[in-house]
Design a protein around this ligand. Sequence first.
Ligand code: KG4
Ligand code: ZN
Length: 330
Amino acid sequence: MVILGIETSCDETSASILKDGRILSNVIVSQLVHSEYGGVVPYLASKDHEKLVHRVVLQSVEDSSLSFDDITAIAVTQGPGLIGSLLIGLNYAKGLSIGLKIPLIGINHLHGHIASGLIDNNIDFPFLCLLVSGGHTQILKIENETDYIVLSKTVDDAAGEAFDKGARILGLKYPGGPEIDKASLNGKLGEYKFTIPKVKSNIADFSFSGLKTALLYKVNKLSKETMENEISNIAACYQESIIDTLFDKLKIVLNENRVNNILIVGGVSANTRFRIKSKGFMSDNNVNIIFPDLKYCTDNAAMIAMAGYMKYKKGLSSNIDILPFSSIKN
Ligand code: KG4
Ligand code: ZN
């Protein structure tokens, strides 16, 4: 079974070929146009996807050493994401599925991130999944390939958003996560304290929106010179408070839902300090933590192909999530 995955939900144009559960190619073009604006500009993202999507798909087929005739089905991100960007990928995939007379499988982007952890990893169900991306922060119980229950979520900003907004306040580039990650490597912990409020309605839920304001107040009190000297220390302390919150909530959910394995996925799962601190969490809580390979953490089509493969295998190809053209048969 060969699946072509296509991802265009935000600012990465990506295509991947998966054969029988193994990734043969994964082409990702990260749009650089947004960095000067400090965030993704939706109109520019759509324009770039339109320019890139066909070329990226051709490259992914070529890299896999297969041909278009070998493809069994197309898996494409159908949401959530930027509507204009999604439409480019969706319509391209629809056209291709009609042309090749093969099914089209619509994939929820978040299910794609969950599936990223199952590429080259076998994890017994059920397990917990902490999904930490630029738009979402959730802890889910994964019952099987397609059934997920959300146990905890953010009530405002996502963890990735806290990294991005924090980086902006510190004068670092977009996306902010990798920048804070790098700046923190030489930073000292302890000097700057950031407290994150509890969410009264559910103590397992996350709230990150106050953090950037706390950072802004701290930064505004410092002179330009102190800021320059202290940036690594401030970044390290800010990052630490995000990571500690993620682990605090994970512990609460784990205590209520005992499992042997936790999968951590999404862009923030690429964070160096987060990965280091997970070792302590594992031994303290007698649980195993699995991260995807770094190339599958931020947005990519391999995870969409993997989610499509899991869905197709489960025989859901005629379900409502599958777009109408899936009824076209060879
Ligand atoms: O999963 P993703 O690529 O896109 C969404 O679905 O949102 O996640 C992007 C987010 C951004 O907020 C980015 O700053 C963050 O992931 N990110 C990181 C790191 N790499 C990416 N955050 C912390 N440390 C990193 N190394
Ligand atoms: Zn994503």
